[in-house]
Design a protein around this ligand. Sequence first.
Ligand code: NAG
Length: 221
Amino acid sequence: MRLLLLCACFTLALSHSCKDTLNNAGISSRFNETIAHAIHSMTVEGLKLFEPFASEKNSIPTVNQDLSKPEKVLPFAPDVQTGSSFATPVMNTIDKILSSIGDAKDGLGPHWSSIERVAHVFHMWDLWFKIRDSAWGDVTKNPPKDTTCQCLTDIENNGIKAAVGWVAKHYEKGTPITLLNRPIPKLLDAKSWSVWKDRLLHYYTPEALKDAATYLYCALY
Ligand SMILES: *[C@@H]1O[C@H](CO)[C@@H](O)[C@H](O)[C@H]1NC(C)=O
């Protein structure tokens, strides 16, 4: 009994100190959401923006591309092959998206229209480029402390894996863009796009970009 209490206190103390550690490192209080958003559909190709030698041997949790599987969160970012039928990466990506429609193997669940799928894939690439071209420079120049990285990569306990799971679960019901559980219209016209655009830009703040860059650094190095 005493041992049990001791353990419980130790765990509490640990998570409490992670809160302080992350706070002191300038990580935002909603880092579970900013980071889960940035990584939920990460691929090896996306990781290569940050680390040219990235492979499937990574520890970044992602929504399973095949959501018919019982395991909704994969413990790594998968290597997703894009074809080479077309001449440019953009057209090959469009080909990949449209070729997957109906097979439910693009990690988005059944509710997304073709154009919503296209917008999602390019939005994630856009965000990854944004992270690399903004916060990533600072993070690599002033690398996070080991203690910061220990707290950030403890995804079982720090809420990041749970937030990726939140995304996977909500794909069963709809097309969430943020992790704020707000309803979103179908993307049909300029008016609905203005709502989508606003949502898509939600995690482009300096705080959210820094959270994501710091996590990626810790996970990759
Ligand atoms: C993220 O963490 C906040 C604060 O701890 C919590 O309220 C929120 O529910 C979490 N979000 C998700 C999607 O897990």
